[in-house]
Ligand binder design. Structure first.
Ligand code: CAA
Length: 284
């Protein structure tokens, strides 16, 4: 079956980035979120990014307009009935994913693949929320989705070979490199990336160095494009905390979220998106 219309659940940082990748690869996209304000912000992000490409001479204005015409939006999961493939990119919360996957299972055609962009939650568990666990798979993009080359593909225990192959081929059509990881919470990427960020937060909390210096060590000493604290602000401290909690629940206290991370999230210091994290971004 040919994939023409891709449904993306979530219009936040990841959902809008994934939508942009699908749109610029020639697909039609239906992007949803629970409120129009978030959808509006997602559309502004996509439009702004395409406009930058026009200004850099990488795309014409007409191409940009053509791409944007393929984007439609909704706040209702019922509208996903015509989608040929769905990618869920909602927040990292198991009850929410359960509700979304149960609804998607009801409204989409039975043969349609339901992929999750979860950073940490077991795909086998997500698949169990549906009556088509063989058609559920992890398709893990990285932030910023339009730039990062990798898609980590995760099979649940009963994901079929056909589902894996279709998802792999779609990832290639999106211009990405698919790599397979085993289905344990956090897979390969989040287990490494998030524990690295959490460890840097411990280093800051324990007074090993100033935030700028901890980041500079990794940028200049290990050639990372961003330091771990800068990266945590970029990913969102609420996301870092949610993923660490999933890792801690699965593997024990080795992955205990740093108390300072919990304090920052409680204070609403979520990083770039709230204007304040380990660094100020012109917010509170
Ligand atoms: N959206 C789209 N494009 C973006 C972008 C964004 N948010 N940020 C940068 N770009 C583009 C720029 O337009 C530019 O494009 P061109 O080369 O076509 O001109 C290119 O990326 C490079 O950007 P810059 O020169 O402005 O900046 P940079 O060289 O410092 O790169 C970066 C920015 C790509 C974000 C780089 O700092 C980087 O790779 N950082 C690390 C990102 C990372 O580790 N991501 C993984 C996070 S963990 C995760 O995602 C997992 C999860 O589950 C949450």
């Amino acid at each position: 079956m040919e994939i023409k219309l891709i449904g993306v659940i979530g219009a936040g940082q990841m959902g809008s980035g994934i939508s942009e990748v699908c749109l610029t690869s020639g697909f039609q996209v239906l992007m949803s979120d629970i409120n129009w304000e978030t959808i509006g912000r997602g559309k502004v992000r996509i439009t702004g990014d395409l406009e930058k490409r026009v200004q850099k001479g990488k795309m014409t204005s007409d191409e940009k307009e053509g791409i944007l015409k393929r984007l439609s939006t909704t706040t209702r999961i019922e509208d996903f009935g015509n989608c040929d493939f769905v990618i869920e990119a909602a927040v990292e919360n198991v009850p929410l994913k359960e509700e979304i996957f149960k609804r998607l299972d009801e409204v989409t055609r039975k043969e349609i693949i339901l992929a999750s962009n979860t950073s940490s939650i077991s795909i086998t568990r997500i698949a169990s929320f549906t009556k088509r666990p063989d058609r559920v798979i992890g398709m893990h993009f990285f932030n910023p989705a339009p730039v990062m080359k990798l898609i980590e593909i995760i099979r649940g225990l009963v994901t079929s070979d056909e589902t894996f192959q279709i998802t792999r081929e779609l990832s290639l059509k999106l211009g990405k490199t698919p790599l397979e990881a085993n289905d344990f919470p956090g897979f390969v990427s989040s287990r490494l990336i998030f524990s690295f960020m959490n460890e840097a937060i411990y280093a800051f909390y324990e007074g090993l160095g100033k935030a700028e210096d901890i980041d500079a060590v990794m940028k200049m000493g290990a050639n990372h494009p961003m330091g771990p604290l800068e990266l945590a602000d970029f990913v969102g401290l609420d996301t870092v905390l949610s993923v660490m909690k999933v890792l801690q629940e699965a593997f024990g206290d080795k992955y205990r979220p740093c108390p300072l991370l919990i304090k920052y999230v409680d204070a609403g210091y979520l990083g770039v998106k709230t204007g304040r994290g380990f660094y100020p971004y012109g917010g509170k």
